[in-house]
Design a protein around this ligand. Sequence first.
Ligand code: CU1
Ligand code: CU1
Length: 287
Amino acid sequence: MYTRKNQRNLTSAERRGFVGAVLELKRNGEYDEFVRQHIEYYVTDGEDGLRAAHMTPSFFPWHRRFLLEFERALQRIDPKVTVPYWDWTTDNTPAAALWSEDFLGGNGRTRDHQVMTGPFAYETGQWTIMNGVTDRKYLMRNLGRPSAPISLPSHDELAWAMNEPVYDMEPWDSTAASGFRNRLEGWLSGGVERWRNHNRVHRWVGGHMLGASSPNDPVFWLHHSFVDLLWDRWQRRHPKAVYLPRTRLRPDDPQSGRVISLEEPMPPWDVKPSELLDHRDLYRYEQ
Ligand code: CU1
Ligand code: CU1
């Protein structure tokens, strides 16, 4: 059992430990395998086929397992390292210590959004993008999207997701009219701002965080660590709520074969959502 800390509470030694382990995974090729895997499983509901990771009920358990795999890889390099979380409702400006030079580095420059500072700047020679959606070799960010400013999700917007008592609903995709999963994943619009919560954070960071290759930016892991914490918090707030769908969809359901119910195996690990509902034997979150 270990603890995932709020990134703002990391000591400088803990920051160094996390950054060092991430750079080592990049050097030995494992990091880019995670990026490749995320691209492979980023199937949208406009496509055919099974959606394991996004626009789907298994959004939470799939990313929980994905983060665990990443954390185990980090811990093989440095057993003390855990994946910190970024509470974007609080650390919600480009001035947050998250973006400092000794941690994730800063914003991209105006001209081409290239990150110029910190350990993941291309010019330091340790962070070359191998699997991107463009052929750019450098990490890109565009914090807050100044050309059409957006803000990070507010407490109210997060509460709108957290107060929803039903886990997910038909048609189990980005068009579901409500449900905690779609409100927190953030496809549900219902206002002027199209992107909500989890999706809005990807939009706010911009650059590589926008697409299927978003794990190219190490902030991906801190963002999804917080999303994982929020799933946990939601379960405690709604103790009677259950993962849905409970059972395999009927063959005549248009979503049959495209979503994963409670006891069906999730690729690539063949683990069921039911096995990932509770993480507290493995790790806890510092609140
Ligand atoms: Cu993802
Ligand atoms: Cu994400």
